[in-house]
Ligand binder design. Structure first.
Ligand SMILES: NC(=O)c1ccc[n+]([C@@H]2O[C@H](COP(=O)([O-])OP(=O)(O)OC[C@H]3O[C@@H](n4cnc5c(N)ncnc54)[C@H](OP(=O)(O)O)[C@@H]3O)[C@@H](O)[C@H]2O)c1
Length: 359
């Protein structure tokens, strides 16, 4: 496989650090540039991150000595890389403009940010679910006037557990409605217990914008390409409540679901066990071998025990049972900064590379 030089824009942040960690020893991608705000620019990566390093593994030696570039200096970053990952904490309009500037500089952008998720010709992709949406990139390139450059995004971390669980059930049984309550880790806000001590022994019943994303983004994932845009699906109806809870990593979801044609419990378990997507068919380096794992034990999945399953790229499901108001209920878990953020971004980039979009 071809080797690619990669930049991380927002490399000093929580998601950026994950990208830097995941790129260490990646078989196709080599970290060639790091960029962040003017506050970090000009320092070595090690100096700029300092005590903010929040990863469980040490900072990669190769990254330590890289000099952080100013993310706004697009030409300088683009000249050193074949594409960038982007995860920055800026205003939505600023992020949209920054990402399009990289694309117009013929530098593809694989983004963790929400700014472009609803731009109609920007694919929002979970490689196991809607890999076919990357075909919209040709329309986007025509709009931007680029040959190589484009923006592709991954979806929000909150939905990375329940959308994969519902997806294999849609075709045969038709999911009609879904109620979901998410229990989300503090790293989803870019925080640790050191930087957010108020979260110890606490639960906050509000995460700005999260419920809207949790209800709306799945419909784009289940949409289709028509006339140079992705047209979102119109069903199932999803209602969500999102809570911040005192765990470091791992978003849990409690899900209630009804079907057009109610399956048996065995049929659901069989669909989960046999499900695989384009990421598995292409044997992408970061793809979990078994995407959906079902636990028979009543007290699983547990955040601490199960979030790192298959390097944090698999989804854990448990407690499937019939419900009195909906057809079924179950719980599911995914790692929010791995599958839900940087890991999902790396997997998307692997899909784009395998399909020739980064050449
Ligand atoms: N954390 C998660 O689990 C998660 C999941 C999915 C998506 N996301 C999204 O990913 C993005 C980053 O999240 P995060 O949690 O990593 O945030 P974070 O830890 O606060 O990091 C923010 C990054 O943005 C950079 N930045 C801030 N202002 C900038 C500017 N004006 N120009 C260039 N760079 C600037 C920071 O650089 P300095 O260090 O120089 O300030 C830092 O590298 C957000 O859009 C977030 O919504 C996060």
């Amino acid at each position: 496989m071809k080797q690619y030089r990669v930049g991380v824009v927002g490399a000093t942040g929580m998601v950026g650090q994950r990208f830097v960690s995941l790129l260490e020893n990646h078989p196709w991608f080599h970290l060639a540039a790091v960029a962040a705000s003017p506050r970090s620019a000009g320092k070595t990566y090690e100096e700029a991150v300092g005590s903010r390093w929040a990863m469980p593994t040490p900072m990669p030696e190769q990254a330590k000595k890289l000099v952080v570039l100013n993310a706004a200096d697009v030409e300088a970053v683009a000249a050193q890389v074949d594409f960038v990952f982007c995860a920055v904490d800026m205003k939505k309009e600023e992020i949209k403009a920054l990402e399009e500037t990289y694309a117009k500089a013929e530098c593809p952008v694989v983004s963790n940010n929400s700014a472009h998720r609803f731009t109609p010709d920007v694919p929002m992709v979970v490689p196991e679910i809607n890999a076919d949406h990357i075909a919209i990139i040709e329309s986007q390139r025509r709009r931007l006037g680029t040959k190589r450059g484009f923006v592709a995004v991954k979806s929000n971390c909150s939905l990375q557990s329940y959308v994969p669980a519902l997806h294999p059930l849609m075709e045969d049984f038709g999911v009609s409605k879904c109620l979901v309550c998410t229990y989300q880790a503090i790293s989803g806000a870019g925080k640790t217990f050191e930087t957010w001590p108020e979260m110890v022994d606490n639960c906050i019943p509000y995460i700005g914008g999260e419920e809207e994303k949790s209800e709306k983004e799945p419909l784009k994932l289940w949409g289709h390409i028509e006339n140079d845009q992705i047209v979102p699906a119109t069903s199932p109806a999803i209602t969500a409540q999102c809570l911040r809870i005192p765990v470091s990593d791992g978003h849990m979801a409690a899900v209630f679901v009804s079907f057009d044609k109610k399956p048996t419990k065995e049929q659901i378990l069989e669909k989960w066990a046999s499900f695989s997507g384009e990421a598995q068919r292409l044997q992408l380096p970061s793809a979990p071998k078994q995407f959906l794992h079902y636990f028979e034990e009543d007290n699983r999945p547990q955040t601490k025990l199960d979030r790192n399953l298959e390097n944090g790229m698999a989804v854990s499901i448990g407690r499937l049972r019939e419900d009195t108001q909906y057809d079924y209920k179950f719980v599911c878990l995914s790692h929010n900064t791995l599958r839900g953020a940087a890991g999902g971004g790396v997997l998307l980039a692997e899909l784009l590379a395998a399909k020739g979009y980064l050449d």
